[in-house]
Design a protein around this ligand. Structure first.
Ligand code: COI
Length: 356
């Protein structure tokens, strides 16, 4: 386990790139801060972590992750309060999910405290890169991949764990249109849908491309067996307001990623007395409620996506338009609550923020 007093070998960048950044027009995921943390796994144990200037990696062409996909990642965000403290939202949940992904993908684990400590050290190194402007954040991308230079199939004996950070703006800049997918599949029972592993995202690209050609920003995935139940949206979990109740697919399956933002939405809604149901939602139920105008709100919840209101839902030949996003009480209120919390403007009543 790594402790605060642990000194990480650090090589600073010779000249920061921070002044080259257009802080008022930050895209998602294209601007990278000055440093990254790299830690290797070999001989059955994690080696000393190092902080280095952000830059390219030197990889063997047979690096096993490239061929067989033993690769996992996480995403979280750091923001700043008015006093310049850095706030990271619920990193403990990301640490737990990372641990689960490691186990599912046969990769070495990291303890929750080590994971969080390394995140803290990396962010602290580039803390001036944490945007202070509302709606912006420093996206933190920890990831791990298999590095054996071997093209036989087996769990690798060596790995790289890396954390880099990017100052980001919105992932979706406006409400999204989504399509209920009834042919392609994101995840199957017994598969890896609950792990945050690279292949899940690769598999979604082709169906998402087809949906884009039809004017949709994303898909709503359904179960692989019958395509009868709503699952998640790939870049985010999905939440609906039907008949005044918040309804979202239960996560007691291995086909849905356990979203940190979705969990927080549910916790906040419950604390406000909003009735919340985490359960199976059939496509039939949702479509019927859409036809009858009983869906008063719908949104995606994700770290990158934050609260992404859903404008339209496509199902077969129908396109259902939801109420004007600006007038929706629940998603706007929850979105504002989380934004203010992350900006340090609201008391951290749930103890969700790691502050330093
Ligand atoms: C995240 O929300 O952090 C994700 O990993 C999703 C990805 C679309 C950026």
């Amino acid at each position: 386990m790594l402790h605060d007093e642990l000194t990480i070998k650090t090589t600073r960048i010779s000249a920061s790139r921070i002044n080259t950044v257009d802080w008022d027009n930050l895209p998602f995921g294209k601007v990278f801060s000055d440093h990254m943390l790299v830690m290797d796994y070999k001989d059955g144990e994690w080696q000393q972590p190092e902080i280095l200037p952000f830059g390219a990696l030197d990889l063997h062409p047979a690096t096993s992750a490239i061929h067989y996909g033993q690769s996992i990642f996480e995403g979280m965000k750091a923001t700043k309060d008015e006093d310049g403290n850095v706030l990271i939202f619920r990193p403990d949940l990301n640490a737990k999910r990372f641990h689960e992904s490691c186990e599912r993908m046969c990769m070495p684990t990291l303890s929750e405290s080590t994971f969080i400590e390394l995140i803290k050290k990396t962010v602290n190194m580039d803390r001036e890169w944490v945007p202070s402007k509302e709606g912006y954040a420093l996206y933190i991308r920890p990831f791990m991949f298999a590095t054996d230079d071997f093209i036989g199939i087996k769990p690798s004996d060596t790995y790289k764990f890396i954390i880099f950070t990017c100052p980001v703006g919105a992932y979706y800049s406006q409400p999204v249109n989504v399509k209920i997918e009834e042919y392609y599949t994101r995840a199957v029972e017994g598969g890896v849908g609950r792990a945050k592993t690279a292949g899940n995202y690769a598999a979604s690209l082709y169906p998402a491309k087809l949906a884009k050609e039809q004017g949709f920003d994303q898909l709503i995935w359904t179960d692989a067996k019958e395509h009868k139940f709503i699952e998640e949206s790939g870049t985010m979990n999905v939440v609906f307001e039907i008949d005044g109740k918040m309804v979202t697919p239960a996560e007691d399956t291995d086909t849905i990623l356990r979203g940190v933002t979705k969990r927080s939405v549910v916790d906040v809604a419950k604390s406000w007395g909003i009735p919340v149901e985490e359960r199976e939602i059939s496509v039939e139920e949702l479509v019927k409620a859409l036809r009858e105008g009983r869906v008063t709100d719908a949104f995606g919840a994700g770290t990158a996506a934050t609260i992404a209101q859903i404008a339209k839902i496509g199902y077969r030949d129908d396109l259902f338009e939801l109420p004007d996003p600006k007038t929706r009480e629940t998603s706007n209120k929850i979105s504002a609550y989380l934004r203010n919390l992350k900006a340090g403007k609201t008391t951290d009543e749930f103890g969700w923020l790691l502050k330093f």
